[in-house]
Ligand binder design. Structure first.
Ligand code: NI
Length: 139
């Protein structure tokens, strides 16, 4: 079945610290290394939002990009930009890894796609770290 996707990219800057209260300090240090340093550190994150859908024959488009952009800005960029991810309520008991950030972004956006459906979330954390998440489709 032929299919179309569009991927939009969004940027925000945020701090985080890889740490879990479930484990003792020395184990945190061993697992997360310098990413466990107490004061945290920052990243210039890029989030990729991939929408899959049917082509509208009149417009040649699969979704309303302007509306998608507004929603992602409001729900993702404005929420996380220049924040410390560990202070976000969603990360109170969840380690702020790229894996978990991608999953959270999926969960926030799953019912916010103007038309088409959310197909994948990508999170670029560093030059060498790119995380992707494909969650359950919208119920
Ligand atoms: Ni980091």
């Amino acid at each position: 079945m032929p299919t179309h996707t569009i991927t939009r990219s969004y940027k925000f800057c945020a701090a985080h610290r890889l740490h879990t209260d479930q484990l003792p300090p020395d184990v945190n240090q061993k697992i997360f290394g310098k990413c466990n340093n107490a004061n945290g550190h920052g990243h210039n994150y890029t989030v990729h939002v991939t929408v899959q859908g049917e082509l509208n024959p009149e417009t040649g488009l699969i979704t309303d990009v302007d509306l998608l952009d507004r929603r992602v800005k409001e729900l993702i960029v404005d929420r996380f930009d220049h924040q410390h991810l560990n202070c976000d309520p969603a990360f109170e008991h969840v380690v702020t890894t790229g894996e978990n950030l991608a999953k959270l972004v999926w969960e926030i956006l799953i019912d916010q796609i103007p038309s088409g459906r959310l197909a994948k979330i990508g999170v670029v954390e560093t030059r060498d770290n790119f995380f992707e998440y494909i969650g359950n489709p919208q119920p």
